[in-house]
Write a protein of this length. Structure first.
Length: 571
């Protein structure tokens, strides 16, 4: 076994002890732990059961590394023929079943656990996934506060003891003494934030010092809240987003020479759905022929069918003659193996007998279809978890401030709608919603109890509240990632460079922050619960229009007005 890192050598006995949990909890007969060497490779750190035949290192082209890098949840494969790209590594180790658990720290893939062959030749199953996650978390905890392979593992308790300044802001004053002297707010600077522009000396000297409680209090709150976070169970059915991902692959299958139609049948999903992509319109006898071939195949396997609603797409147009049953020479059906989901089948009809190349392309696209649907499900599950975390970050403090909670919810809804209006991707729209929820979360550490309903704020009090962007970004980054944290940090920047905290200009401000800024301003201007008298919608849009190019993005501001007016017309 290669010597991977001095700090790994120090804890190798403990690593093997944790790794043996794979045998006890999951009953895996073999397991190997790989850790990132900081140079794009993953080195073997501990193993059992492989009889010294475990691979010593993996690179980014390895299928296990690639799959772990695509998602944060463990995955399992039961059988050599299920996913061809894993067949070789399973065959080489004389194993037939594989369960791999990625190890993530601060958003980075830092390692993985490779488990093989459950005892008594049992298959790996969904119940093994949370057990694998628990073992991975034990390994992360072992490396807390250690610099391994260039990746520093940091826990909440470590952050409470360090004294790094909050992103670009002067250190805040200590909190009042009872029962003990309070240290200044401590948190590492955001890894994803750009270096701040230098501030004028006079402005730096005049910067207000926020009043904040001890970070230890926050740590205790965070641990209490984290204990209530439950890992969502994987979905038991596909949704419309998952089918959208599948449609793209069905169209790709039609590019195989001779392929006439590709059909995805989903029994029990969305009430029973069938998606068909065809080179031309399908005649009724062709549809019935495809369905009969699928029913015969299901009967031979002992699988159940059911009611389905059929949708047909013809990506190459319908100008040619329709396809009839006589033209369909060969029909192939195969199940889709996606976690614990059942009732999913791919059927492909050929107008000519497919050759070897066509068969190989079909096998590749069958695997690609499984992966596309699986990744869509993982994105949906991961986003639901992030949304749950974002909501929890507002509690319990914002429950005491209902107006501020309503403001955050309104900004979140408007930001998501605006992102979709701009035709941004689904992932970007989801990020906009999450950023809207947490954009003011930094308020929870400031003197908000006293300032909550106060109308005439002094310059010092306004300065205290300004610190919410930096404090909020530091709170958000470890849980929701750098992109959301930068949006929180920059949502009060101005395109003319006169905003805070870093006086960014134009496109230096992240797009997500510019979206949240517009929505935040609009809600603040029109909301009856705001700190200022509410204005009508048209007045608010006029104020935003006048600020285009100075406070707001000159391209986004008119698009925002278009969306608001279109929405008002639709009502």
């Amino acid at each position: 076994m290669r010597r991977v890192h001095p700090e790994v050598e120090e804890v190798r006995p403990k690593l093997k002890e944790i790794l043996y949990d794979c045998a006890v909890d999951i009953r895996a007969t073999k397991a190997a732990l790989y850790l990132n060497d900081g140079m794009g490779r993953f080195e073997l750190a501990a193993e059992y059961g492989f009889k010294n035949n475990a691979r010593q290192s993996l690179d980014t082209n390895d299928p296990i590394v690639d799959r772990c890098g695509r998602g944060r949840t463990p995955f399992y494969i039961n059988g050599l023929a299920v996913e061809p790209r894993f067949a070789e590594i399973m065959f080489e180790s004389q194993t037939e079943r594989l369960l791999a658990a990625p190890i993530y720290s601060r958003g980075q893939l830092v390692g993985m656990i490779d488990m093989r062959d459950k005892a008594q030749k049992q298959p790996f199953e969904q119940a093994d996934v949370p057990k694998a996650l628990n073992i991975a978390e034990k390994i992360i905890a072992l490396f807390a506060n250690k610099n391994v392979f260039g990746q520093r593992f940091i826990t909440l308790s470590d952050a409470a003891e360090e004294n790094a300044p909050v992103a670009t802001q002067p250190p805040p004053k200590p909190a009042p003494a009872p029962p003990a002297p309070a240290p200044p707010l401590a948190a590492p600077p955001l890894a994803s934030a750009p270096p701040p522009a230098p501030r004028p000396a006079r402005a730096a000297a005049a910067a207000p010092q926020p009043h904040v409680p001890r970070l230890a209090t926050l740590v205790l709150e965070a641990r209490t809240a984290a204990s209530r976070i439950v890992v969502a169970s994987p979905p038991e059915s596909l949704n419309e987003t998952d089918f959208a991902a599948a449609r793209d692959v069905l169209r790709s299958i039609l590019l195989i020479p001779g392929a006439a139609a590709a059909m995805l049948s989903a029994f029990g999903h969305l009430g029973g759905v069938q998606e068909i992509a065809a080179r031309a319109a399908l005649s009724e006898d062709a549809k019935n022929f495809l369905q009969s071939k699928l029913n015969v195949w299901l009967t031979k396997r002992g699988d159940a069918g059911g009611f389905v609603r059929t949708t047909i797409q013809t990506p190459f147009g319908t100008n040619g003659p329709p396809i009839d049953a006589k033209q369909l020479q060969k029909v192939f059906t195969a199940p889709l193996n996606i976690g614990s989901l059942r009732g999913l089948y791919l059927t492909v009809a050929f107008a000519t007998t497919p050759d070897r190349v066509a068969h190989e392309l079909l096998a590749v696209l069958h695997s690609h279809l499984q992966l596309a649907v699986e990744q869509s499900m993982q994105r949906g599950s991961a986003n639901a978890t992030r949304l749950h975390i974002a909501e929890k970050m507002l509690e319990p403090d914002f429950a005491k401030y209902p107006e501020l909670r309503r403001h955050s919810d309104a900004v979140a809804k408007l930001a998501e709608s605006f992102a979709r209006f701009l035709a941004l991707s689904t992932a970007e729209a989801e990020n906009a919603r999450i950023a809207g929820i947490v954009h003011d979360v930094g308020m929870r550490l400031l003197d908000y109890e006293r300032l909550y309903r106060k109308r005439d704020l002094s310059q010092d009090e306004l300065g205290i509240l300004r610190e919410h962007v930096s404090i909020g970004a530091v709170l958000v980054e470890p849980l929701l990632g750098g992109e959301i944290a930068r949006a929180v940090l920059a949502h009060h920047e101005r395109v003319d460079g006169r905003g805070y905290p870093n006086e960014l200009h134009g496109d230096e401000i992240p797009l997500l922050a510019r979206i949240v800024q517009l929505c935040d301003a609009f809600v603040a201007i029109t909301d009856p619960d705001s700190y200022q008298p509410p204005e009508p919608v048209e007045t608010a849009l006029s104020i935003i229009s006048r600020g285009a190019g100075s406070q707001f993005d000159s391209n986004l501001a008119p698009r925002f007005a278009d969306m608001v007016r279109a929405d008002a017309t639709a009502r």
